[in-house]
Design a protein around this ligand. Structure first.
Ligand code: GLY
Ligand code: MN
Length: 487
């Protein structure tokens, strides 16, 4: 659809916002209002004289604070304590151009979502500011309020106009919803000494480390994300016959999962990896343009992001025909053994890196047993001279999970990889084995087989809890799953 925008169609969001300032006076002259365009007729005077009138008032009733608001306030208190007397700025980020006048769907910065509680409905270009006061800070949320209906923005701005994108929030509505002071974006002035997330290292690190321990609300949202993701995996299994039929079956897998992510969540938390046959050995295979062929394994790594923006991150590897061959089963069950060893190692007070080490001990032992290593398993595990087994699993075993799929990415190493497991941490366990199609170091029967199992784990005082345990994961369970749903 073409937008009868008054601004140049190649203008950036910021340009468009300036061009259609919501504080602009009502326009009355059709020729002045509508810049010459190669693709539309100017609005006639009759339209311009009537378009701003005849609308009912917006409902006056304000919402109750959403559940997330009280949790976000507690998180903000931590930021306030950490930076006394300093002005802290947390931008939501803006729209990103895809091409010409189309943008990618907006998704706010994770620190912004965490500290405001504003999830999928956050406004592009919003900014959360911690204004220093005599005691602590006052948090103020600046955003571009919906335009008055007397402005051209209302009906002619395809980026922010309510005629185009639907109802947008008012300052008082968001203030009530998030239980936070709000102000119009045009009142926000950056300061010379601001500590701005993604500009200042100290504050960027702090807000990333603040997410290492999840609160109750976050744990519930992550459990929900896993639950919906499980439904998406069921959908894929149920659709296997159609997936096999299509020459680009991997795309069908991606689409089936995406349908569930959009209907029951906000979106996918990252691009779905639908990697069949040898593609499973490419760790982030997201081209997804291959066929899904009986006799092969298909590795699906996918996660639903729910409306609060928390995401799951789950991998299952399925035999396309419904049953594993002997070699596929051996590889798959070794990956499961590694995952189980990692899970068993997860204890409060143990270094995060033990999760990886425990998985690697299994992988090294098994590939050595299979005669694939030029050294012993013990030698392969040597921190200095070893690592030969890593050819078959080059990635890490675990990462923190939350609003970002790779959460807490700016945390210091001694808080993350060398940090100790604590109750409230959420992380993946995701070992794999990948034998590339052209890897001459392995017998031919291994080549082109890749398998990964990825689960989402919550650390509790009583031990680890596998949120995704309900999604079939042993080789027998996976075969039974396919038999049950895809016949
Ligand atoms: N799910 C993809 C990854 O963890 O890298
Ligand atoms: Mn992962």
């Amino acid at each position: 659809m073409d937008a009868p925008s008054t601004s140049d169609t190649t203008a950036t969001t910021a340009d468009r916002q300036i061009a259609d300032s919501p504080t602009a006076e009502p326009q009355s002259d059709a020729v002045e209002l509508d810049a010459p365009s190669n693709r539309k007729a100017p609005f006639p005077r009759g339209f311009l004289e009537t378009i701003s009138t005849g609308w009912a008032e917006h409902p006056a009733e304000l919402p109750q604070p959403r559940e997330q608001a009280a949790w976000a306030a507690r998180r903000r208190a931590r930021v306030s304590e950490a930076f006394p007397g300093r002005r802290v700025v947390v931008p939501a980020g803006g729209l990103k151009q895809r091409s010409n006048d189309t943008d990618y769907p907006f998704r706010s910065h994770s620190a912004f979502a965490h500290l405001t509680g504003w999830g999928r409905d956050a406004e592009p270009d919003a900014v959360l500011v911690f204004e220093p006061r005599d005691e602590g800070h006052e948090a103020v949320l600046y955003f571009r309020e919906r335009a008055d209906r007397t402005t051209a923005e209302f009906y002619s701005d395809a980026t922010v106009g309510e005629f185009w994108i639907g109802p947008r929030p008012a300052l008082d509505g968001v203030a009530a919803d998030l239980d936070l002071a709000t102000a119009h974006l045009s009142d926000f002035q950056p300061g010379d000494h601001d500590l701005t997330v993604d500009v200042d290292d100290e504050v960027t690190r702090f807000v990333s480390e603040l997410r290492l321990i999840k609160d109750e609300y976050e744990l519930a949202e992550l459990a929900l994300a896993v639950e919906v993701t499980g439904r998406g995996f069921d959908d894929i299994v149920a659709e296997l016959p159609r997936i096999i039929e299509h020459p680009r079956g991997e795309r069908v897998v991606e689409g089936v999962f995406h349908q569930r992510a959009r209907s029951d969540g906000n979106s996918v938390g990252y691009d779905t990896i639908a990697a069949s046959g040898p593609h499973a050995c490419y760790l982030h295979w997201t081209r997804n343009d291959g066929a899904v062929t009986p006799g092969d394994l298909i590795l699906v790594d996918a996660g639903v992001e729910v409306d609060s923006l928390y995401t799951a991150d789950i991998t299952r590897t399925l035999p396309v025909s419904g049953t594993f061959t002997d070699i596929q089963r051996r590889i798959y069950e070794t990956v499961r053994e590694a995952a189980d060893a990692s899970f068993a190692a997860a204890k409060v007070g143990v270094p995060f890196r033990r999760l990886h080490e425990a998985a690697m001990e299994v992988i090294a032992a098994r590939v050595a047993e299979w005669g694939l290593l030029p050294v012993t398993a013990e030698e392969a595990l040597d921190a200095d001279k070893g690592g030969q087994h890593r050819r078959y699993m080059v990635h890490g075993t675990s990462h923190h999970l939350g609003i970002d799929v790779h959460d807490c990415a700016q945390a210091r190493r001694d808080m993350y990889y060398d940090g100790l497991l604590e109750p409230g941490m959420v992380f993946t366990i995701e070992p794999g084995l990948y034998f590339q199609i052209d890897d001459l170091t392995v017998p031919e029967e291994y080549r082109g087989i890749g398998a990964r199992i990825e689960d989402d784990i919550v650390m509790t005082a009583d031990g680890p809890v596998n949120l995704s345990a309900g999604i079939p994961r042993t080789a027998d369970e996976v075969e039974e799953w396919i038999a049950r749903l895809s016949r």
